[in-house]
Design a protein around this ligand. Structure first.
Ligand code: DGL
Length: 281
């Protein structure tokens, strides 16, 4: 079994986690979410980069992992290079599916639905420049949908009116100017796929989850003998040393005092037995 750390600001990354697990069952997952600084979408880039790097570095100091998946577009579009320079395990990021969207659009108009941070990043602008040449990209940056997705997973009612309000810049356009492909460029948004589809039934909705699943599978299957973490753990046991602790099947938050019971239940429902707080000292 491979030990994989999934990371997001909140419950959004569970959409990626499900896509990865569907592709690759040989994973003992652990999920870290930064509820202390949720949401990420409206925070400064440098802050997100430093925060994500220090949290994931800390997790890898405390626990063994074979790989980490940064299941957050807002974090991936700013923190991947910094993170890769600090840890030795493979880091898989999630970025908006601009490239497949540009291939799929018939109207040559795509919609990018993401957080304000992701929409503003130069990483995103570079993706558009490199892969969507000749295609018009209409962006909506929203933290509102992130909150609605969190509420939905926590069992609260979703208001279609609120979603329609967020999507109004597109739905109010004349039909021929509306995007026919919408990129769900935030891992929270696949949780709202049905509701977004109700508001814009003509548009095709795409996200990066399944592609990430395939990427993780191919990287893991190329790892020699289930790689470093397992062999280190085996060595630690053989030596009688406790080694690093085991975190498989657990979820970690960054502030237990503000973690709601509903949120804990969400993680239980997705198969994480327990929620703990990541100890930063
Ligand atoms: N789920 C995240 C993303 O993919 C971030 C949501 C947020 O915290 O704003 O961008």
């Amino acid at each position: 079994m491979f030990k994989v750390l999934f990371f997001d600001s909140g419950v959004g990354g569970l959409s990626v986690y499900c896509d990865v697990m569907a592709e690759c069952s040989e994973i003992e997952p652990c999920f870290l979410f930064d509820n202390a600084f949720f949401p990420y979408g409206d925070k400064p880039s440098e802050f997100i980069r430093d925060r994500v790097t220090s949290l994931i570095c800390r997790m890898t100091e405390l626990y063994h992992f074979d790989m980490t998946v940064v299941a957050c577009n807002t974090a991936s579009t700013i923190a991947l290079d910094a993170l890769r320079s600090k840890i030795s395990i493979p880091v898989v990021g999630v970025v908006p599916a601009i490239k497949p969207a540009a291939r799929l659009t018939k109207k040559k108009i795509i919609g990018l639905l993401a957080t304000p941070g992701t929409v503003a990043r130069s990483y995103t602008h570079d993706l558009i420049r490199d892969f969507a040449l000749g295609t018009q990209v209409l962006s909506i940056g929203t933290t509102e949908l992130v909150r609605i997705a969190e509420d939905k997973l926590a069992g609260l009612a979703v208001s279609l009116d609120e979603i329609a309000e967020v999507l109004a810049p597109w739905t109010e356009l004349p039909e021929r100017q509306m995007p026919d492909v919408i990129v769900l460029g935030c891992t929270h948004f696949p949780h709202l796929k049905n509701e977004i589809h109700e508001v814009m039934p003509e548009a095709m909705l795409i996200d990066s989850g399944r592609a990430i699943g395939r990427r993780v599978k191919s990287l893991l299957s190329a790892m020699p003998q289930h790689e470093i973490a397992n062999s280190e753990a085996a060595a630690a046991i053989a030596e009688g040393s406790s080694g690093k602790a085991f975190a498989g099947g657990m979820a970690f938050c960054t502030d237990m005092s503000i973690l709601s019971e509903r949120n804990k239940l969400v993680f239980n429902r997705f198969g994480f037995a327990e929620c703990r707080e990541l100890c930063m000292q």
